[in-house]
Design a protein around this ligand. Structure first.
Ligand SMILES: [Zn+2]
Length: 351
């Protein structure tokens, strides 16, 4: 029985960490500590920063099943520090510029402290009428962290290359619904940690290969090297995907819906899921009488696409927890969808 309180607590803790591509240490430190108590035989950090772990199966001829979730989130990098103390930023990963004006951001300084700022642009009063309806590019906006000049910024431990993300505290809106940043893909990190908890005392024939992947949002870089290192025979990328069950979206464009359980990918832009992987996922759902849904093709791409092309090829699939407003200031999802995904993936490993 999955511990619901533990899932909620872990979701909040993971969401509040900062882990922008290439700077995921807060998250990788967190999962490494958790892994110590989850019955894996080996866990380590590879040269790129991925956290890898192996849990040996009882049958040397069993499958080598890789479970992958990415630790990074979309964020920003400081590209210029103005003499007046303002920051210019570039996005790392896909972010809708319409979300930016007025957003609160937090930057990580050299000492892992948080520096808060607000995204600004020239006020409408000093903007030409034809410019007022246009959303500036992210690198045309600026961030105000309350510094009077460049020296004050540098003294805070921020400079070109420092990274940040949205400033959002993760909260439960009610018993069912949680709101926070970085649910893509900390939700799936949470799923893997709880799958390992479920399998801690269980002997299974297959060897489990875990990858908490870095740099997914900038080109699935961590997954590529982990696919080579871990030598899986099959792989499952665990994700947090677009729930577009909101007003104004026609049914054929509802990629997934909240409350309909784990979303199973048949194809995305990086991958066409082989039939035998789909069948295994469906069998896992039947075993636990778990409600699931298809993620509509062919939105997005994932680590699974990259893993599938490592070595001689790895049959790979994707299972996602649906979430509204991914890659934004705050995502919203249902605890129940996380719980169902944990059960489905646990069964997938047991078959
Ligand atoms: Zn993702």
């Amino acid at each position: 029985m999955v511990n619901r309180d533990s899932v909620i607590k872990t979701q909040i803790e993971l969401s509040n960490l900062i882990g922008v591509p290439g700077h995921e240490e807060e998250v990788t430190d967190y999962v490494l500590v958790k892994l110590e108590k989850l019955g894996v035989d080996k866990a380590w950090i590879d040269p790129l920063g991925n956290v890898l772990a192996i849990k040996e199966g009882t049958n040397p001829n069993g499958l080598r099943i890789m479970l992958d979730a990415h630790v990074d989130e979309v964020g920003f990098m400081i590209s210029h520090v103005h003499e007046e103390g303002f920051l210019t930023i570039e996005n790392l990963g896909g972010i809708d510029k319409r979300l930016m004006l007025g957003a609160l951001l937090q930057f990580q300084n050299d000492f892992r402290e948080r520096i808060i700022g607000v995204v600004g642009a020239a006020p409408p009063h000093v903007t030409k009428p034809d410019e007022r309806d246009k959303v500036p590019e992210i690198n045309e906006m600026f961030v105000d962290i309350g510094c009077k000049n460049r020296a004050e910024v540098l003294a805070l431990g921020l400079d070109i290359g420092s990274v940040g993300t949205f400033y959002t505290e993760c909260i439960l809106l009610n018993e069912e619904t949680i709101l926070g940043k970085a649910f893509d893909d900390r939700t799936a990190c949470n799923v893997i940690l709880h799958v390992l908890e479920e399998l801690k005392e269980v002997e299974i024939p297959h060897t489990l290969l875990i990858n908490f992947a870095v740099q997914e949002e900038v080109g699935t870089r961590g997954a590529i090297v982990a696919g080579y290192t871990l030598e899986p025979s099959i792989a499952l990328a665990l994700e947090n995907t677009i729930a577009s069950d909101v007003p104004g979206v026609p049914s054929q464009k509802i990629v997934t819906s909240l409350g309909d359980g784990p979303a199973v990918t048949a194809a995305d832009r990086s991958l066409i899921v082989p039939k035998k992987i789909l069948e295994r996922i469906k069998q896992a759902a039947v075993m636990g009488d778990i409600k699931w849904q298809y993620k509509k093709p062919t939105y997005g791409g994932t680590d699974a696409g990259s893993i599938s092309k490592t070595r001689a090829g790895v049959p790979s699939g994707v299972v996602s927890v649906p979430c509204r407003y991914i890659h934004a200031n705050a995502g919203l999802l249902l605890i129940d969808d996380i719980l169902k995904t944990i059960k489905l993936v646990t069964n997938f490993c047991k078959i």
